[in-house]
Design a protein around this ligand. Structure first.
Ligand code: GSH
Length: 232
């Protein structure tokens, strides 16, 4: 069966997995999961018991959850395209290190900010403390990424990898929180702009917006959660 990526809307971190699938170019389908309602439903918990996207149903019917695991799965399929590397090589370790950083430090820096947006009952002083914590952390990870990038165009040097695909899905969250000006981090800004001009990133934006788009060739259409469940 054609793999299915379960992606969360609005603005899920699964965005990077959509970009990765487009770059890979192999056939895949998408299943659109509304957050928080559907992602936390009993039906979706049959896909991922922790009630989070992304999850990937592989061609042989297994379910893989967690962005890092999905990226490494897709990376292994994309070795010939330079998207991933053979485990045990220096290049694999480098990619895994970047992905781990993005999936922990970078992702988590935004957590207090999302929490303040999603919990309206917080007291003003609680909101203020969480926002200050998030703002400082988001600035810190931007400083760190600027240092990691140095003069390189991509997160691993001269060629794009799945680390860049995952990066863009998280980096665009600054537009919701307004805590850093990315232009203060020129290498991060350049990477962001390079990716925003990438057809796969434009495709992923259009998918999130519910537009009718074709992609680079691998995308084989949407399936409902019900249909995906019936294939398990
Ligand atoms: N560690 C997981 C985190 C996944 C995660 O937090 N997903 C969010 C969207 S970015 C989600 O599905 N949240 C459920 C909700 O909003 O109810 C990963 O990296 O895949």
């Amino acid at each position: 069966m054609t793999p299915i990526l379960f992606y969360g809307i609005p603005s899920g971190c699964s965005f990077g997995s959509i970009v990765a699938l487009e770059w890979l170019g192999e056939p895949y389908r998408l299943s659109r999961i509304q957050m928080p309602e559907v992602v936390q439903s009993d039906a979706f918990r049959r896909i991922n018991p922790v009630g989070e996207t992304p999850s990937l149903k592989t061609g042989d019917g297994r379910i893989i959850s967690e962005s890092l695991a999905i990226m490494n799965h897709l990376g292994a399929r994309g070795i010939g395209k330079g998207l991933g590397f053979k485990q045990g090589t220096m290049e694999f370790d480098g990619l895994n290190q970047r992905l781990a950083y993005l999936n922990t430090s970078f992702f988590n820096a935004f957590s207090p900010l999302w929490y303040t947006l999603e919990h309206e009952t917080l007291k003003p002083e609680e909101k203020q403390a969480l926002r200050a914590y998030g703002a400082a952390d988001v600035a810190k990870v931007h400083r760190e990424l600027e240092m990691m990038l140095g003069k390189s165009p991509w997160l691993l040097g001269n060629e794009r990898t799945l680390a860049d695909a995952y990066f863009i899905g998280i980096a665009r969250w600054t537009k919701y929180h307004d805590v850093v000006d990315r232009k203060d981090y020129p290498a991060v800004q350049a990477l962001f702009e390079r990716l925003e001009n990438d057809p796969a990133v434009n495709f992923a934006h259009a998918i999130e917006l519910g537009e009718d788009v074709k992609g680079a060739g691998g995308f084989a259409g949407h399936v409902s959660l019900e249909q995906a469940l019936s294939e398990i």
